[in-house]
Design a protein around this ligand. Sequence first.
Ligand code: C5P
Length: 405
Amino acid sequence: MFVVVGVSGGIAAYKTVQVVRALVTNGHEVHVVPTEDSLRFVGTATWEAISRHPVTTSVHDDVAEVRHVALGTQADLVIVAPATANTLAKMAAGISDNLLGVTLLATTAPVVVAPAMHTAMWDHAATQANITTLRDRGVYVVGPADGPLTGGDSGPGRMAEPDEIVAEALALVEREPEAPAGDLAGLTVVVSTGGTREPIDPVRYIGNRSSGKQGVAVALAAADRGAYVHLVAAHVDGSVLDTALHHPRIAVERALTAAEMDTAMRAAAGGSDVVVMAAAVADFSVPEVSDVKIRKEDGTVTLDLIENPDILIGLVRERGAGQTIVGFAAETAADEAELQERGIRKRARKGVDLLAVNRVGWQQGFESARNAVLFVDTSDQVTARAEGSKRAVADALWDAVLRLR
Ligand code: C5P
């Protein structure tokens, strides 16, 4: 197979040497296309020795052979590792001011990127938007992993390991050109998850017990059934997001406060087929967040809270043609009849097409791996029930959505 390995300017470039070596050892013809900046980390001599082919960064070499186009058109697979925030941004915009950019525009082969950057850069809305754009275009994203980063920090942003990049890239080519299979294939869905945190001062917040498990299960179920998923995550427990971060059809965006969630959901909802608000959004926030830590010595503290806008109602108001909107309701109810009645009333108040209602209490609903919900639709009746793992409940939700569409 003819493989182009693009290398952009990150310290992880040294690990890409292993990617190239593994591909060459497996009998593939590998051409390395470094960016100028990446040569500060690993030089031309290394790439030429390992790949056994000449290496250039310039579109002006081998002009007679139209090398800049030839590389892209000949490629059966393109891997960009490490993919810096800058290179991802250029890819998303289609900028071709170096040989790698030109090659990426000229190719119709599957493209795999292995992002590597500091956590703050990975989390930035611009990078996440670029990743979403690339995923929507069919680019496959491997990693980044969560772990130690350059400079002593730790978090998501570490480039995936070389053997993982090679294995996923080769598996992708074997899978191509298969379109995603499943009863949700062709749909773009937006799912929110987790609990928002409303800051009080630099170290404190008002939060809730949402673990994010149910919303992530909804996102994974949709993606496994063929949909493209934009997952907007507030605070979630521990490793709850991990599987979603590695799913080829899920782009994760972080939104930690109700206001951030509002902005992210409104932006993501436009053009999507289904919106599921599974996040536990704070109903109130602190209008004047203290810039300094509030101290005990200051005496009794009174927090004035203002009501947050209801994101779901806003999304229903601004809904696009043909869009299905689903809400969740966590209710404390004395019995089943009260739960139903509350669900029916809330469905109407929110104006959603479908409301998944679950009973919560001190021992029920939140951190648990299991859930029990009833679904209310615009007929103002309970049309389905689901009980079991959060994944089983998620699949029942998508079954109910499909019945409505
Ligand atoms: O009114 P309640 O909080 O019970 O409604 C729950 C539903 O509304 C959930 O789908 C939740 O994501 C959404 N919600 C919202 N904006 C808020 C509060 C809740 O979108 N401010």
